[in-house]
Ligand binder design. Structure first.
Ligand code: HEM
Length: 496
């Protein structure tokens, strides 16, 4: 695994867009919702629905406005061009927030996602190499094995007449895939009835979200029952992480050749730690193991859940996707060769359309490293900028009939492909610039594998919300549909 080189040095300090008015404005002078002393706008916000409230205010106050959560003031930005420019101006112009980095460190998963500056620069090539398309191709047989198991799990649910807890099941799939690819271990939570690692992972992202958004760091002084529970989940996770690390270390000790040719991310990090104790520390290795689990699990599982929901709501698109999946998968009922993935264009278009309408990262918060200018607004060093990713992606300015689920818009042939690629620049579900999601190739491969298996081997009978009303969105760092349950029937020949 040869680490690719890092992106070129950061662009110039000024981040601007065509929107920028001639005279610079200050954040405090921008329009925004009226707050109250001390709390600012906190009293108007339900933390789980922060993104929807912020989007509603963008509708009212425009593409740049300000809000205050406790003592912290945010510049809120929803213009895609300005957001893309800001995200490209990293790591020198903008960084992940100090609050996020500190919280990730205290919870023990300070890895690539929360690192900044040189610490981030050192880690990024290793993670990129572990998740690049070549590496994913060599991992393909394992992806097939895990998908086959997943099909068996759902087939059992059909035989037993059970409905499926969609997110919980999808997370078993994504955790098994991530652990296989990044750590070289087969944890097989899909076929396990014991307590599985997801039950702990599930609690950590919401807790991180709570702490990142909390107006005061009360846990420095006292712990609530929720904090003590979090400690227990973290202890269980750290134990699992050390298991992965010890197993990888044992492989390196048994086969020293692996130090030169590591087969996965964890081996690459341990080999680097062995070569140069200064560049990769123990904390980096365990922080990144946990980061991979957290970053790879919820995001992909929630996007798949949203995709299943969208397809169930749009039977015409579901039929077309199923026809394509059946043509590609044949009697096998799932993809078994990497080449088949490139024939799932419509299924992939459904994924892009789902991520446009239901991005699992609808809010990306960044902090200025130095004084700069964003969309004509003066942004002093340390200021916080909240990027809203969905308003641009659901605006008729960029997408005709923007509110509609139309996967075809991602398939325009020939010259119109330009439209699809510029659409990707507006929607940005994986972020943008030097810190764009390194897991996007894996995520797309996983989503196409799981969806083509589902669509070719089963018929979706129902996907229901807990109370039968429209689906609710919940933000807990990633944005998920609340409580979906799915019922399946098997479809025709089934050999998996
Ligand atoms: C549909 C699935 C996924 C979505 C929508 C998604 C989205 C994102 C987004 C929006 C970011 C922030 C990018 C930015 O700041 O510009 C990110 C970063 C990241 N993602 Fe993903 N992600 C997905 C799957 C994955 C997977 C499968 C992995 C790994 C197994 C992964 C690992 C990471 C890591 C390590 C970062 C931090 C990168 C850095 O800061 O340099 N993601 N992802």
């Amino acid at each position: 695994m040869n680490p690719p080189t890092l992106p070129p040095p950061s662009p110039p300090p000024r981040v601007s867009s065509d929107l920028a008015p001639p005279a610079l404005r200050r954040i405090a002078d921008l329009p925004g919702p009226r707050g109250v002393p001390l709390l600012g706008n906190l009293w108007q916000i339900d933390r789980d629905r922060l993104h929807q409230q912020a989007e509603a205010w963008a509708h009212r106050y425009g593409e740049v406005y300000q809000m205050r959560l406790g003592a912290r003031r945010f510049l809120v930005l929803s213009n895609p061009e300005a957001i893309a420019a800001l995200l490209r101006d990293r790591p020198d112009g903008f960084k992940r927030t100090d609050r996020l980095s500190a919280t990730a460190r205290e919870l023990g998963f300070h890895g690539l996602f929360s690192a900044n500056g040189d610490h981030w620069r050192r880690q990024r090539p290793m993670v990129l190499a572990g998740l690049d398309p070549t590496h994913i191709k060599s991992f393909f047989p394992t992806l097939v094995t895990v998908t086959r198991r997943f099909a068996r799990r759902w087939r059992r649910a059909v035989e037993q007449g059970e409905s499926i807890d969609l997110q919980a099941d999808l997370m078993r799939y994504t955790v098994d895939v991530t652990a296989g690819l990044a750590f070289g271990v087969d944890i097989n939570t899909i076929e396990s009835d014991d307590e599985v690692i997801q039950q702990h992972l599930d609690k950590v992202l919401p807790a991180l979200h709570r702490r990142v958004m909390a107006p005061v760091r009360y846990w420095d002084w006292f712990k609530l029952p929720a904090d003590r529970q979090l400690d227990r989940h973290l202890a269980a996770l750290h134990e699992a992480v050390h298991g992965f690390i010890n197993a990888a270390q044992a492989r390196l000790d048994a086969d020293p050749g692996l130090r030169e040719q590591p087969r996965n991310l964890i081996e690459a990090m341990l080999a680097a730690r062995g070569r140069d104790g200064q560049s990769v520390t123990d904390e980096d290795v365990s922080g990144n193991v946990l980061t991979m689990l957290l970053a790879g699990e919820d995001t992909t599982a929630n996007t798949l859940a949203w995709m299943i929901w969208q397809l169930h709501q749009h039977p015409d698109a579901a039929l077309q996707a199923a026809a394509e999946a059946r043509a590609v998968c044949g009697d096998e009922g799932l993809v078994t060769q990497p080449e088949q993935l490139s024939r799932l264009d419509y299924v992939e278009a459904c994924a892009h359309e789902t991520m446009r309408l239901r991005p699992v990262a609808p809010v990306i918060i960044q902090q200025a490293v130095r004084d700069t200018v964003v969309a004509g607004i003066e942004v002093p060093a340390e200021a916080l900028v909240m990027c809203l990713m969905r308003p641009g992606a659901t605006s008729d300015t960029h997408f005709p009939e923007a509110e509609r689920f139309r996967p075809e818009r991602w398939l325009s042939p020939g010259a119109a492909n330009v439209a699809a690629s510029s659409a990707k620049r507006v929607a940005m579900p994986f972020g943008a610039g030097p810190r764009i999601c390194p897991g996007r190739y894996l995520a797309l491969a996983e989503m196409k594998m799981a969806m083509s298996m589902l669509l070719s081997s089963f018929r979706i009978e129902s996907v229901q919300t807990p109370d039968g009303t429209d689906v609710r969105e919940r933000l807990a760092l990633t944005m998920s549909p609340v409580g979906l349950r799915m019922r399946l029937r098997t479809a025709g020949t089934f050999t998996v």
